[in-house]
Design a protein around this ligand. Structure first.
Ligand code: C2O
Ligand code: CU
Ligand code: CU
Length: 478
């Protein structure tokens, strides 16, 4: 992680007192009202002028680190502009640490809740036992610890982690809690994709800041939308790129905003992967519409970019430039791949077809708070699934979409979309764990809980305000 935290520590107390203790004391003295004591609405005491229009800030690029102890706590960061910004942070970082492991690795993450309210850590996209899934049922109280332990048993890909406490997921995520989790394996190694400085994770989201420059949250039932973009916690982000191909691992970490990603030059992304890892084939495409929780793995050709020339990563929905890539004119160093998979070229031959389903279920995402007419009840198990059988789940909506539909405990394959956009998109191939349902659409997926885990898992809308309001259910794998 870029050295963003250090100045903050000095500025908030020093002595032998940890930043967390100082901040919590400060917050408790500040008369918290809203949102379970998160209360970031204190004046910061920092009155730095806002950056002049047009100033760009260097993109924070998270280091990839082995899994280790993790703490969620209020803290101070900057959004890249040097101004102090209060937020909720994992290990004092925005985004939180990016863990990197190989398939098969045992993972132990001792977690400490330094927040003033309950939280959990959910490993979105990782197929883990119920006790490690960070469900609302396993709330970690303020000051308490919880050991997340599991063995990674899935192919290479980029997952992520975020809070999943009962009724409070949306605010905790909006205030900054999210991090990355990257799995490597031999199939991916063999492709010798761009690596090191040429492989860059990008967590894209929107946010609001208050007058004091702190992250703020004003969720409404239809979803929170912020008025600035953050990429890896950086607003107005710029990243310098050599004459090389780059691998961008993109996560949509917003609460509810959809992004329609394009490059300002009109050039194509070479899409190589999504939620569950590599696609069967590389595909060139100029636009991708993605919803909260979805990931794409893309290669971008910067080999012809002269020094000072720029390319923007643009959201076609808002018109925002999320990230400006600026050429250095240098040739690529270690980790820059000289050849990358061709469009249409084979990436993975390890994606099986699941075969016909033995059970079919229909889920209607109703209004902003219900699935099949029912508001989430922590104690209700809505149905049971036999492990190692193939099921087909149909997702429908009677309005208030988009609903990004997410399943815990396995990955799925998207079979069809009828109504609405009436087609599947290249980023919906391979393995997914989140799929976008627009108004008038019906999306069918096929899945099998064949990872050796039984127990309770969740199906929910990943528009976090819908999730908190009840658009979620429990099911049990038996
Ligand atoms: Cu990323 Cu249950 O969620
Ligand atoms: Cu999840
Ligand atoms: Cu929804």
């Amino acid at each position: 992680m870029a050295a963003r935290g250090s100045g903050v520590t000095e500025g908030t107390g020093g002595g032998g007192v940890s930043r967390r203790v100082v901040l919590r004391a400060g917050l408790e003295g500040g008369g918290l009202v809203a949102l379970g004591g998160i209360g970031l609405a204190l004046s910061s005491g920092s009155a730095a002028a806002p950056p002049s229009k047009g100033t760009l800030n260097p993109l924070v690029v998270p280091d990839l680190v082995p899994p280790a102890a993790l703490t969620a706590a209020p803290g101070i960061t900057t959004l890249g502009d040097g101004k102090q910004c209060k937020a909720l942070l994992y290990d004092g970082q925005l985004p939180g640490p990016f863990f990197e492991v190989r398939d098969g690795a045992p993972v132990k993450i001792p977690f400490t809740n330094g927040l003033a309210s309950d939280t959990t850590v959910h490993w979105h996209g990782l197929i883990v036992p119920e006790h490690a899934d960070g469900q609302p049922h396993h709330a970690v109280a303020p000051g308490a610890k919880y050991d997340y332990a599991f063995t990674v048993n899935q192919r290479a890909g980029m997952s992520w982690y975020h809070p999943h406490p009962h009724l409070a997921t949306a605010s905790q995520v909006a205030y900054g809690l999210a991090g990355g989790f990257i799995i490597r394996d031999e199939e991916e190694d063999a492709l010798t994709l761009p690596s090191g400085a040429y492989e860059v994770p990008l967590v894209i989201r929107d946010a609001n800041v208050d007058k004091a420059g702190n992250l703020s949250y004003n969720g409404k039932a239809s979803g929170f939308t912020g008025n600035i973009a953050l990429v890896n916690g950086t607003r107005d982000a710029e990243h310098e790129v050599d004459r090389s191909w780059y691998r961008f691992r993109i996560l949509v970490g917003s609460n509810s905003r959809l992004f329609k990603l394009t490059l300002s030059t009109g050039a194509a992304f070479r899409l190589i992967g999504n939620d569950g890892g590599l696609l069967p084939q590389a595909v060139d495409l100029a636009e991708m519409e993605l919803s909260p929780g979805e990931r794409v793995d893309v290669l971008v050709d910067c080999t012809a970019l002269d020094a000072g020339q720029t390319v923007g990563l643009v959201d076609g929905n808002s018109g925002w430039t999320l990230l400006q890539l600026t050429g250095t004119g240098n040739t690529g160093g270690t980790g820059s791949a000289t050849t990358v998979p061709a469009a249409g070229g084979t990436l993975s031959t390890s994606i099986p077809s699941l075969g016909p389903a033995t059970t079919r279920r229909v889920f209607s995402f109703d209004g902003m708070t219900r699935i099949n007419g029912v508001v989430y009840d922590m104690d209700l198990i809505s149905f049971q699934v036999q492990q190692n059988t193939v099921e087909e789940w149909e997702f429908r909506t009677n309005g208030n979409a988009p609903h990004p539909v997410h399943v815990h405990g396995t990955s799925f394959q998207v079979v069809s979309r009828t109504g609405g956009r009436r087609r599947l998109f290249p980023w919906e191939g391979g393995w997914k764990d989140t799929v976008l349902l627009h108004d008038r659409e019906t999306v069918t997926v096929r899945l099998s809980f064949n990872h050796g885990h039984t127990g309770r898992y969740l199906l929910h809308c990943h528009k976090l305000e819908h999730e908190d309001a009840g658009m979620m259910l429990n099911f049990e794998v038996v």
